[in-house]
Design a protein around this ligand. Structure first.
Ligand code: PXL
Length: 291
């Protein structure tokens, strides 16, 4: 049966992030994707001024109730950027209405980068995000978000492998009791400081994995959404957490390289579109090899 995912993010009309990334990525891997837009903006908030913003918080619970009345069930619910603490709490209630026993809840706690909370959020926002993470089966913070969730000072790294494992283990305490695991992005390994990667910990198998690639400057907007969307697509398609994380690293890096070669403004997001026709192949790469 075709897999079903509900994606709960804003729509930033221009700038390749949130739903304009999640929907094409999930669809390209064969997943039927239902969208719950939490806000509509003309662009994302990272580096643009004068953007429009229409909050759709009042629609979140009515949409969830309607879907629930229709008897819809989801293999995964995937949340990303949320605009306020109040909206986070509405999304927690919506997840309560929409989840069933097999649903994997993937939470990307979008709120910060490079040691700083995004200016649109107040200091209480990380506490609300932590409440949402407690409902999650998988969380995908970057290292700044991980520090805010844990309430510890941000450190940029590079880190020792042991430190990376400790960070990932402390994140594993924040998710649901029978969670699948955690993925920490933007991690630099002290033994390989020209690279950047993602660490995963699969709670069910007690396995750590770390995948990295050359660090590419400048930082492009929306790469976290490309990463988390591919990760979610791979998990829903039955890959392990470690394999899903590797696919997400590969796909994100390839998208960044194409964008850098094209010389695109880094606020415009990355060219993830040109790789979509090969995404299924990337996710099922081991299956093809063993077929
Ligand atoms: O990429 C995350 C994101 C999504 N949506 C909006 C954003 C951001 C990050 O800044 O501003 C509106």
């Amino acid at each position: 049966m075709q897999k079903q995912v509900a994606a709960i993010h804003d729509i930033s009309g221009f700038g390749r992030c949130s739903l304009t990334v999640a929907l094409p990525v999930l669809s390209a891997t064969g997943i039927q994707t239902s969208v719950m837009p939490t806000a509509v903006l003309s662009t994302h908030t990272g580096g643009f001024t004068g953007f429009t913003y229409r909050d759709l918080s009042d629609d979140i619970l009515p949409i969830a109730r309607h879907w629930s009345a229709l008897g819809l069930t989801f293999d995964a619910i995937y949340t990303g950027f949320l605009a306020s603490s109040e909206q986070v709490d509405l999304v927690i209630d919506a997840i309560g209405l929409m989840r069933s026993s097999g649903t994997v809840v993937v939470v990307d706690p979008v709120m910060a980068d490079f040691g700083k909370l995004y200016t649109i959020f107040d200091d209480n926002f990380p506490v609300a995000m932590r409440r949402l993470c407690a409902e999650a089966d998988v969380i995908v913070p970057n290292i700044t978000e991980a520090a805010l969730l844990a309430g510890v000072p941000y450190r940029e790294g590079p880190f020792l492998k042991r430190e990376i494992q400790d960070m990932v283990l402390s994140l594993a305490c924040m998710v649901r009791g029978d969670a699948l695991g955690v993925v920490l992005t933007g991690v630099m390994d002290i033994h390989d400081p020209d690279t950047i990667g993602a660490a995963s910990y699969d709670v069910r198998t007690d396995e750590f994995a770390y995948d990295c690639a050359m660090r590419i400057e400048p930082m492009y907007h929306g790469t976290g959404d490309v990463f988390a969307s591919v990760l979610t697509a791979a998990i829903v398609n039955g890959r392990t957490l470690a394999d899903s994380c590797s696919a997400a690293v590969r796909y994100t890096v390839d998208s960044i390289l194409r964008t850098k070669a094209a010389g695109t403004d880094n606020r415009y997001g990355v060219d993830f579109e040109s790789g979509l026709h090969k995404l299924r192949e990337l996710i099922f790469i081991d299956d093809d090899r063993h077929a």
